[in-house]
Design a protein around this ligand. Structure first.
Ligand SMILES: Cc1cc2nc3c(=O)[nH]c(=O)nc-3n(C[C@H](O)[C@H](O)[C@H](O)COP(=O)(O)O)c2cc1C
Length: 221
């Protein structure tokens, strides 16, 4: 299998990069050809889309790994999908198998639902086969480190990514076992306590930076 792993984050020291690199290394170890490609910057022009199309044109499978920003896929990643869709004729009917991996700071699966749905709808619009999506919460503390060095914060990923690699290498949809292992909180606290703690930290960070969390930027004056 020739697999294209798409790193869907432009952030410096990105956790998505850490996950995508780990996935690529595991695919290599499983005897697959795995190409890693990062979504282009917002200012990138049409050449960047052409590069994506060239890589997709030779991929048997594509795995999009993307974080959640403000309940959704990062704008750069969303735009890449829109650009690929606009220029889909250049793929000349080629349709890689499409897998999604969403991850987020908050642990609850609902954080990642909209992004995984966007990926699934993208595959449907492209006429590609959707091979399933998996989610991981609580990834912020990975802090760009290799997954092997991130201790309990990458435990779920270290457990589930090998299963995902097995699925991809066999060109099968994410299995029930792979899906069942994902979407678990890595924090050793009940989810409600964890959410309360993260909310407290977020409110404190906003106060320190004099940000208004109740601001409704699109509301009429
Ligand atoms: C601008 C921004 C918005 C975010 N919004 C959310 C969010 O809505 N829900 C959530 O669970 N995590 C959110 N996060 C946390 C990220 O999903 C998490 O830290 C992730 O590991 C970042 O991956 P990255 O390093 O590849 O950017 C946000 C992070 C940033 C930087």
């Amino acid at each position: 299998m020739n697999v294209l792993v798409i790193d869907g984050s432009r952030r410096a020291k990105s956790n998505t990069g850490a996950i995508a690199r780990d996935l690529q290394a595991q695919l290599h170890r499983a005897g697959q050809t795995a190409d890693l490609w990062r979504v282009p910057k917002w200012s990138a022009g049409p050449d960047a889309t052409a590069e994506a199309l060239q890589r997709l044109a030779v991929a048997d499978a594509a795995v999009l790994v993307a974080p959640i920003y403000l309940d959704q896929m990062p704008a750069v990643t969303q735009r890449l999908l829109e650009d690929v869709w606009e220029r889909r004729a250049e793929l000349d009917g080629h349709a890689p198998l499409f897998y999604g991996i969403a991850h987020s700071g908050f642990p609850e699966p609902i954080q990642r639902r909209a992004e995984l749905l966007s990926m699934r709808l993208f595959a449907a619009q492209m006429g590609w086969i959707w091979m399933g999506g998996i989610g991981f919460g609580g990834t912020s503390p990975i802090d760009g480190r290799p997954l092997d060095e991130a201790g309990m914060f990458s435990r779920q990923l270290r457990k589930v990514l090998p299963r995902a690699v097995e699925d991809i290498a066999r060109a099968r949809p994410f299995s029930a076992k792979t899906i069942a292992g994902s979407d678990k909180s890595p924090f050793p606290l009940p989810l409600t306590a964890m959410i309360a703690l993260v909310n407290l930290r977020t409110r404190k960070a906003a106060r320190d930076r004099q940000l208004r969390l109740d601001a409704r930027v699109y509301a009429p004056d």
